[in-house]
Ligand binder design. Structure first.
Ligand SMILES: NC(=O)C1=CN([C@@H]2O[C@H](COP(=O)(O)OP(=O)(O)OC[C@H]3O[C@@H](n4cnc5c(N)ncnc54)[C@H](OP(=O)(O)O)[C@@H]3O)[C@@H](O)[C@H]2O)C=CC1
Ligand SMILES: O=C/C=C/c1ccc(O)c(O)c1
Ligand SMILES: [Zn+2]
Ligand SMILES: [Zn+2]
Length: 361
């Protein structure tokens, strides 16, 4: 172990949900010792993703409590294990949704480790020794270096946080489904945390971007502030019909049950509907909606560590930033409620280090 590495478990203070009510409150727990491949991180900022609501409120029926959510984590390295080569104390780093994998399966060997059947989630999961994983709404985390990325110099840490889930979640499918070339016509359904990064990344790739939203409320913001080229309210049947067959892809970020057919209808030949939302009920469509146009419906799950690094580099290079509202941890329950009622432009980021968590324990 590197000199200065602790031989004992450290205590962290997080904000945890205790049951499916999803209310977060202070919770002390121990982190594992900083192992040879581990990076001990003081959390600076952590974004709030809609998945944190799904998990805290047990929308998928798989939640374990107490649960410290948070998977858009930016922090400062405090200590590294003896075999850590990528990082040193003082580095500003990021951690996303995945903190472990088997390293032997096909997904792991092809840099698709987020699809490893033995992946370990950054919270609501357990390490092989049975210790629960806990996320970034916490003073500190200890993470295997493989799942840690460097935040590019000059990028504000609070700005970087949403790139570690929302950003890479959009970047990965655009790249993997060959939808990163300039000139494509894309749609983003649902203008929230993931959706706003979809608009920004797709614009930076040179696409013509249409926002498809549940109401007209975000029209001005989408076009004037985020740079969308067009805006459709899904409730406007005439506008939806006029746009039929015009898009190469639609990134569907809606976090609740919804019909797919209105959005399949927007796709042209070979168009792709990429479903991102975590929805615990079956979605349905009529098969001719796919056949007549050779369309496909695909899913995609966050992105690999390599893609997270690419997303950060792409955003730095193109000057892409997230649009965030920074809040203290004491406001996290209000922020979760506002996120659930669609009242945030477009991502909350918790100023964890500025929230005096140790004092609140
Ligand atoms: N596949 C993956 O790897 C990932 C999946 N996710 C999932 O993606 C989904 C979106 O996450 P995130 O962007 O953080 O969520 P947000 O709540 O920030 O955004 C979702 C947007 O969808 C629209 N919307 C919300 N509720 C409804 C509804 N009932 N019917 C129709 N539209 C609705 C709203 O946009 P508008 O006002 O424009 O209609 C809202 O802003 C979640 O389910 C999350 O768990 C998140 C990250 C990674
Ligand atoms: O925020 C990222 C999480 C995405 C996600 C995808 C699928 C699933 O079953 C989840 O629980 C979360
Ligand atoms: Zn997320
Ligand atoms: Zn694996």
């Amino acid at each position: 172990m590197a000199s200065g590495a602790t031989e004992t478990e450290r205590t962290a203070v997080g904000w945890a949900a205790r049951d499916a009510g999803g209310h977060l409150s202070p919770f002390s727990y121990t982190l594992r010792k900083t192992g040879p491949e581990d990076v001990a991180i003081k959390v600076l900022y952590c974004g709030i993703c809609h998945t944190d609501i799904h998990q805290a409120k047990n929308h998928l029926g798989m939640s374990r409590y107490p649960m410290v959510p948070g998977h858009e984590v930016v922090g400062e390295v405090e200590e590294v294990g003896a075999e850590v080569t990528k990082f040193r104390a003082g580095d500003v780093v990021g951690v996303g949704l995945i903190v472990g994998c088997c390293r032997q399966c096909h997904p792991c060997k092809s840099s698709n480790e987020q699809y490893c059947p033995k992946k370990i989630w950054s919270y609501n999961d357990v390490y092989p020794d049975g210790k629960p994983t806990q996320g970034g709404f916490s003073s500190a985390m200890v993470v295997d270096q493989k799942f840690v990325v460097k935040i590019p110099a000059g990028m504000a840490p609070e700005q970087a946080a949403p790139l570690l889930c929302a950003g890479v979640t959009v970047y990965s499918p655009l790249k993997r489904f060959n939808l990163a070339a300039p000139g494509l016509r894309g749609g983003v359904l649902g203008l929230g945390g993931v959706g706003h990064m979809g608009v920004k990344l797709a614009k930076a790739m040179g696409h013509h971007v249409t926002v498809i939203s549940s109401s007209d409320k975000k029209r001005g913001e989408a076009v004037d502030h985020l740079g969308a080229d067009a805006f459709l309210a899904s409730s406007d049947g005439a506008a939806m019909a006029a746009a039929a067959g015009t898009l190469d892809y639609v990134i569907d970020t809606v976090p609740a049950h919804h019909p797919l057919e209105p959005y399949l209808a927007l796709l042209g030949l070979d168009g792709k509907l990429i479903v991102m939302g975590v929805i615990g009920q079956p979605l349905s469509f009529l098969s001719p909606m796919l056949m007549l146009g050779r369309k496909s419906i695909a899913g995609s799950f966050v992105g690999s560590v390599e893609e997270a690094e690419e997303t950060l580099a792409f955003c730095k290079d193109k000057g892409v930033t997230s649009q965030i509202e920074v809040v203290k941890m004491g406001y996290v329950n209000e922020a979760l409620e506002r996120l659930e009622r669609n009242d945030v432009r477009y991502r909350f980021v918790v100023d964890v280090a500025g929230s005096n968590l140790d004092g609140a324990a």
